[in-house]
Design a protein around this ligand. Structure first.
Ligand code: 3H9
Length: 699
């Protein structure tokens, strides 16, 4: 028997222990081990029942996700689950930590389930673009009811032991020693003559009124909550099969639909992100053992929308914050906005009035720099202007205690230039939050030339503490996210001059899966923001066509939603296409000599995405991002790119780098070298038939 699964008998009860760190995934070796353990149990006269338990920090966390890209190795997980159920001797699953995916499916193959009070169970396959494919879509409805199973599987929600007990997913909660408790319970079941509870043979208790109307309504809801995703709808089909077909027919349906999911680009993309989001924390020259500084108090310079949102993150994590503004009026305005934001949470029932007051009580307002002197971490969130930022950092250098981390929330400026105005550039780092800062998951952590390793490690740990996805990037204009977003915006802008209505470009981007189209995003952020950014970009090539409409509209006072008009006109928050804007675009195009053209939807996507990907290749060449996966993590967590596309670099890999290059060359032929010269890395990968992922792995 492989070392990962052990078998021993204690007083007539066999204990099968899976030990496959870190999370006891059902790898081929574990499946084989379980298979052999079950054969041994069947033949073992000294054992009347068995307990399935795991070593380490958790019960089985699911199938081994790394195996989905490889040929299947027997025994396959569904067969193992069925073998557990077929055992003539009762098997009790003993759950601690989390029983997820194939882990819960294995537990549901057992005849009874017990868990520690702290345990959680769930079928989160949907997050990987999959469905529970080891009989989970058939077993969970039989234990919890089809409605609950549908909700759990389409959302991936985990439930705690108490809820699992109440809904019939487990039969017992064990306090104290799980192993001893499970063995005792197995013996009790034997002594009480409990029947073998084979889940596949149970009735679904709430199947009666699950008719066409029910499924249509459920799918309609899903279409809103999981727009564009494939797997949730496959799960509905499986549950429908569970309700309407025999177990064996429905199981075949599950297998077929699981295979469709596994082979889909959605699942490839989502599996990629699963690993990329874990890898992002690994920084080659900042090992895990790097010490981190204590962050027990934070100061935020600037109480604008950004500063306020940043402060809320720390308050929510229980860390007191001092907020500094130049004057009392600014402070009151800023604190008023924070209070209003918390008020919304109260209105929605997510927070009580008392909690709101407690949160506000953790914020100390000040107009005096002496008030931030004792903070462990200071985050500057003032106006995006180099001179102002330098003044702030000079002041901070003068008052802040030694060892404090001085962070800038700049979204584009040269962090090195900011750092050298202080006498402690090693303590200076970028922490680029994304608006709204209290909600968006992404945090770009910008490493300056002199930033110390422990400052990087602390910033990454702090990101985790405030529940952000921290991604380390290097210094360049716009860092990774904005630098790659600029070409996307540039193409949307050019298309307007070419006579392509913004609402069409936005619709195509939205249908591709973006949370919002590029024009809607610009109007939301403010065209003036892009206007200022463009002007701060010192190395910007001289091109009168570049983002021309941003300049024209901003100078007309059309700054976007906040002024009631930008690229669109606004009726409340509703964007309405404005013929006047296209008229202006036509005039500008004429003056600049931009041709009016017809384009396909495919071209719109290519120009938006491939311009971004080409820039991404340069970002990688220059070492501004550590890995292509880091870029992908940035775009799905900060720019509204759908997870099922995997991020821009994974999307390029799936489209084929040679296809991306061919399209880039096509636009270069039309528009010239200025913006469309292929990145050398793109050419190199296309030539060698490689991908960003393979390049990254083999470096
Ligand atoms: C499935 O079951 C399909 C079946 O229905 C049908 C099959 C036919 N496989 O997250 P962490 C690695 S699909 C391989 O940092 P935590 C992870 O990459 C599966 N590796 O720890 C990381 O590696 P590294 C359904 C896995 O304590 C290390 O373990 N199940 C797997 O924060 C630690 O992970 C799921 O979707 C895996 N299944 O969280 C559950 N899981 O150290 C996925 C983890 O090299 N897992 N790794 O970076 C999780 O949600 C979390 O890992 C868990 C622990 C909550 C368990």
């Amino acid at each position: 028997m492989p070392a990962t699964v052990s078998y021993e008998v204690t007083d007539g009860i066999a204990v099968i222990t899976i030990d496959n760190p870190p999370v006891n995934a059902m790898s081929a070796a574990v499946r084989k081990g379980c298979w052999e353990a079950l054969d041994r149990l069947a033949a073992d006269d000294t054992a009347r029942a068995a307990v399935l338990i795991c070593a380490g920090r958790t019960f089985i966390a699911g199938a081994d996700i790394t195996e989905f890209d490889k040929p299947i190795v027997d025994p396959w997980l569904p067969d193992v689950v069925e073998k557990f159920e077929a055992s003539e001797k009762p098997v009790v699953a003993a759950i601690h930590g989390t029983a997820l995916g194939g882990g819960l499916e294995t537990a549901m193959g057992c005849h009874y389930r017990c868990a520690l009070p702290t345990a959680r169970v769930g079928l989160p396959e949907v997050h990987l673009g999959l469905l529970p494919g080891a009989t989970g879509t058939q077993r969970l409805p039989r234990l919890s009811g089809a409605r609950k199973a549908l909700e759990m599987m389409t959302s991936g929600r985990q439930v705690g032991a108490a809820e699992a007990l109440e809904s019939g997913i487990i039969e017992k909660i064990v306090e104290g020693d799980l192993r001893a408790g499970a063995i005792a319970w197995a013996r009790e079941l034997l002594d009480g003559g409990a029947p073998l509870k084979r889940v596949s043979q149970l009735e679904i208790h709430d199947a009666a009124d699950m008719d066409d109307e029910f499924y249509a309504e459920y799918e309609q809801q899903l279409a809103r909550k999981a727009r564009g995703f494939f797997a949730p709808f496959q799960i509905v089909k499986c549950v429908r099969a569970a309700v309407n077909e025999s177990y064996s027919d429905a199981f075949r349906t599950e297998r077929r639909l699981f295979d469709e999911c596994k082979e889909s680009t959605h699942s490839q993309a989502q599996r990629h992100l699963f690993f990329a989001e874990r890898e992002v924390a690994k920084i080659p020259d900042v090992p895990k053992t790097t010490p981190v500084r204590d962050i027990n108090s934070v100061a935020v310079i600037g109480a604008g929308t950004m500063g306020g949102g940043i402060a809320m993150n720390f308050v929510n994590a229980g860390i007191p914050v001092t907020v500094l503004e130049v004057d009392q009026a600014g402070l009151e305005r800023g604190l008023g906005v924070i209070r209003k934001n918390y008020g919304v949470a109260v209105d929605k029932g997510r927070m009580t009035e008392a909690q709101l007051e407690q949160a506000m009580g953790m914020i100390t307002p000040t107009t005096d720099y002496a008030g931030v002197a004792g903070a462990d971490l200071v985050i500057e969130a003032v106006f995006e202007n180099m001179e102002i930022k330098k003044q702030v950092f000079t002041k901070l250098d003068g008052v802040c205690k030694q060892g404090a981390i001085l962070a800038s929330n700049t979204s584009s400026l040269d962090l090195n230039e900011i750092a050298v105005v202080t006498k402690r550039p090693g303590d200076v780092i970028g922490m680029h939050f994304f608006a709204p800062a209290n909600i968006m998951k992404l945090l770009e952590i910008v490493r300056g030339e002199q930033t110390a390793a422990d400052v990087i490690a602390t910033a990454m740990a702090t990101a985790k503490k405030i529940r952000k996805v921290g991604v380390l990037v290097g210094v360049c204009f716009g860092f990774v996210g904005n630098r790659m977003f600029f070409p996307y915006i540039r193409e949307a802008q050019l298309m307007m001059l070419e006579g392509i209505p913004p609402e069409r470009v936005d619709r195509v981007a939205y249908d591709w899966g973006m949370a919002m189209g590029p024009h809607a995003v610009m109007d939301l952020s403010g065209l003036d923001v892009f206007y200022k950014l463009n002007n701060e970009w010192r190395e910007r090539p001289d091109d009168p066509v570049y983002c021309r409409m941003i300049n024209v509209l901003t100078e007309m006072g059309r700054q976007g939603q906040k002024t009631g008009a930008g690229t669109y006109r606004y009726e409340g928050r509703k964007a309405v296409p404005d013929p006047e804007v296209m008229e202006i675009a036509r005039r500008e195009a004429q003056a600049l000599g931009v041709r009016q053209i017809e384009v396909s939807d495919e071209e719109i996507i290519e120009r938006l995405l491939y311009s971004m990907i080409n820039e991404g290749a340069r970002v990688l060449e220059e070492g501004i991002a550590i890995r292509p996966g880091d870029i992908d993590v940035i775009f799905v967590n900060g720019y509204g790119m759908p997870r099922y596309r995997g991020g821009p670099m994974k999307y390029a890999d799936m489209a084929g780098i040679d296809n991306v290059l061919a399209a880039v060359e096509k636009y270069r032929a039309r528009y010239g070298d200025l913006w469309w010269t292929p990145a050398p890395l793109l050419e190199q990968l296309a030539r060698s038939g490689s991908s960003f992922q393979a390049w990254s792995r083999n470096r």
